[in-house]
Design a protein around this ligand. Structure first.
Ligand code: PAF
Length: 280
């Protein structure tokens, strides 16, 4: 049965018992408003571990002043129903004061990675992600932690933290889950009205265009990006934040595409900022 834990002392006690019994722990960190993307991570975690933990914590440190921290969908009971039907063991759902007491003052700064791609228009975002993920890893002590490819830059930051700080956790990145038409599933899709949902398909169409150009032997990043821009600019409500083809580890923009490079983009559809990417 799904157990909800809200305090740090309870989660520590629980983990200690599991470790004493040599049970493996799979961990899926989330901010709730769960969808099939999250559930695909949970299902993989179930296959590969004795116990599955999911955290639901809307981390205030990763939201900018004018971002959607307050509006972010909060549907805890529905999330728990979903997790319960997937056979998840524990949900860790602390309140912000539990994670960040008044005297909290430590930062984790993913230098060189935090100011690229999404970091340009979301200053501080990846520091917020880095510190909360490090705290969650320290509390849950997972054997394997699961993240979605959709948040590509986040996965790069997390893998770097694990490597730089010698953390004993295996990171697994699973493919982006899309709806029938190609829209990447995201909790923020809930902000889109029906027209915007259709418009949002331009993100995926532009990625498909990039992939087909690469398949046709085109290597020049500039040429590909130009065609992608055309696809997106065809849609009236879309405003490009960035489109870039980058090295998958350094996030540096590449002039010529090599196998494994990632084309990533952020586009505003009305007021909603969406991200997506594909590995070329
Ligand atoms: O991807 C998310 O939902 C969040 O960024 C994460 C990893 C749970 C950290 O708050």
């Amino acid at each position: 049965m799904l157990q909800v834990i809200t305090s740090i002392s309870d989660i520590k006690n629980k983990i200690q018992t599991l470790k004493q019994n040599q049970l493996t722990i799979g961990f899926v960190p989330t901010m709730g408003a769960l969808h099939e993307g999250h559930l695909s991570l949970v299902r993989q975690a179930k296959k590969e571990n004795d116990q599955v933990f999911v955290s639901i914590f809307i981390n205030p440190l990763q939201f900018g002043k004018n971002e959607d921290f307050r509006q972010y969908p909060r549907v805890f009971d529905k999330d728990c129903e979903l997790l319960s039907s997937e056979g998840v063991d524990i949900v860790f759902n602390p309140i912000p004061a539990e994670m960040y007491p008044d005297d909290f003052c430590t930062s984790v700064i993913p230098r060189h990675l935090e100011d690229k791609l999404c970091g340009k228009s979301r200053p501080g975002h990846f520091r917020g992600v880095a510190v909360v993920v490090l705290k969650l890893f320290n509390l849950v002590k997972p054997d394997i932690a699961y993240f979605g490819q959709k948040d590509f830059q986040q996965t790069v930051v997390i893998k770097r933290i694990v490597s730089d700080l010698n953390l004993d956790v295996n990171i697994k990145i699973l493919p982006t889950i899309r709806d029938n038409e190609g829209l990447a599933l995201s909790s923020r899709n809930a902000y889109l009205n029906e027209t915007e949902k259709k418009d949002a398909l331009c993100l995926y169409s532009s990625l498909v265009k990039a992939q087909s150009m690469v398949n046709a032997g085109i290597k020049k990043a500039e040429e590909i990006l130009l065609e992608m821009e055309k696809v997106i600019n065809n849609c009236k409500t879309a405003r490009i934040d960035y489109i870039s083809i980058v090295n998958p580890e350094t996030l540096a923009a590449v002039p010529r595409v090599r196998k494994g490079d990632v084309v990533a983009l952020a586009v505003r559809i009305g007021k909603t900022r969406l991200i997506d990417n594909v590995i070329l």
